[in-house]
Design a protein around this ligand. Structure first.
Ligand code: GZL
Length: 366
């Protein structure tokens, strides 16, 4: 469960954009050029700006963290070396937009950024982070693939007093001890909003399928829980008769939907826990000779390809999962390295697309 916290700090309450916590570690690495470990290219991170307004929701009652509480020291952000560990291969627009947002903000602030991409392999993400530490990263920003299995990294980072900031998915560890900050969407809320769109599209009746996300992370668990709870609460005549993972990929989403169409021909709705699987489902339906809209599809992410399918009638609704963490993350670092208390969690705001606004708002999709 992603916790809503009060991001209001004594000195820095902000009405709209509230940045929360990240913490730096105080190693003594010098300032070097940005290196992109994964692509082998050197040179500065991209200077282009990512899209989307960074709006965060401070939540009541949240806890804060300080460099002192964490066991770190103040730091001039400009002299830091920031390591970013991306989890999945950048074939998925969500990951492309997420990485670009981090790179753009680092470039905008003239910071040194090291990046690595685990290509959707958890063991590689662990070794990627070890490499970033070995290269002297003062701060680690991690987009985790899985929620568990981070102990080796937590130990290695703690040994160097390198705090960890997680974005997007949560790791099962202790805030302001194992990591300082967690910045993400409210995934339960995403599931509820998807259910509302599914109820509207189906009239609250019929048989629906769920293409589950990859196993082992809070996003899949929470998007499923939010959706099912809402359906049970608002549309008891809408029955979930099929659920299977599509691993958050388009290929698997298409394969599973092809099986689904054979085994459950009476399906009138499909909830895909990310756009890539939803687009795979569209491919399967087209291949089976179905008509646009015959099966009502609702997905989560907010990619341009999915919003285009709303315009084309194949998808009825897309709930955004905002990947643009860069401005929030680095603004937080800036405040934190000055020694200010920051919140341990932040919820980033998500938009939503449907048949009424897709044509007008597709430019905001990523
Ligand atoms: C959500 C993120 C998910 C995206 C998928 O924040 O973890 O992982 O919804 C991606 O597209 O695979």
């Amino acid at each position: 469960m992603t916790h809503r916290t009060n991001a209001i700090r004594p000195l820095l309450a902000r009405p709209v954009l509230v940045a929360c916590a990240a913490a730096l570690v105080l190693a003594t690495a010098g300032c070097t050029k940005s290196e992109d470990d994964d692509s082998g290219k050197g040179g500065a991170a991209s200077a282009s700006s990512g899209g989307g307004q960074q709006v965060a929701t401070p939540a009541a009652g949240g806890k804060t963290c300080t460099v002192g509480a964490y066991g770190a020291k103040k730091l001039d952000l400009k002299s830091a070396k920031v390591g970013f560990s991306q989890s999945e291969k950048e074939a998925n627009p969500f990951r492309i937009a997420e990485t670009q947002s981090i790179k753009d903000e680092a470039a905008k602030r003239g910071l040194t950024l090291l990046t690595a991409n685990a290509q959707s392999q958890f063991s590689k993400q662990i070794s990627d982070v070890q490499d970033l530490l070995a290269k002297g990263a003062n701060l680690l920003v991690i987009a985790p693939l899985n929620s568990d299995g981070w102990e080796p990294v937590l130990r290695a980072a703690a040994a160097r007093k390198v705090p960890i900031v997680t974005i997007d998915r949560k790791i099962n560890a202790t805030a302001c001890k194992d990591y300082v900050s967690f910045i993400a969407s409210d995934f339960i809320e995403q599931g509820k909003r998807a259910a509302d769109q599914m109820i509207k599209a189906t009239g609250g009746k019929g048989q629906i399928a769920i293409l589950l996300g990859a196993a082992g992370n809070n996003v899949t668990t929470e998007r499923t829980k939010g959706f099912k709870d809402r359906i049970a609460e608002k549309a008891p005549e809408l029955k979930v008769v099929f659920e299977q993972t599509g691993d958050f990929t388009r290929e698997k989403g298409q394969q599973v939907t092809e099986q689904l169409i054979q085994s459950k021909p009476g399906i009138n709705g499909l909830y895909a826990e990310n756009d890539e699987m939803g687009l795979g489902a569209v491919g399967a339906l087209k291949g089976a000779g179905k008509k646009a809209g015959q099966v009502k599809i609702v997905t989560v992410d907010g990619t341009r390809n999915a919003v285009q399918e709303i315009k084309d009638g194949w998808i009825q609704g897309v709930i955004e999962s905002n990947p643009r963490f860069g401005p929030l993350a680095f603004q937080t670092l800036d405040e934190f390295t000055q020694g200010k208390p920051v919140a341990q969690d932040i919820i980033i705001q998500d938009k939503a697309y449907d048949t009424a606004n897709a044509a007008q708002n597709i430019g905001m999709a990523y």
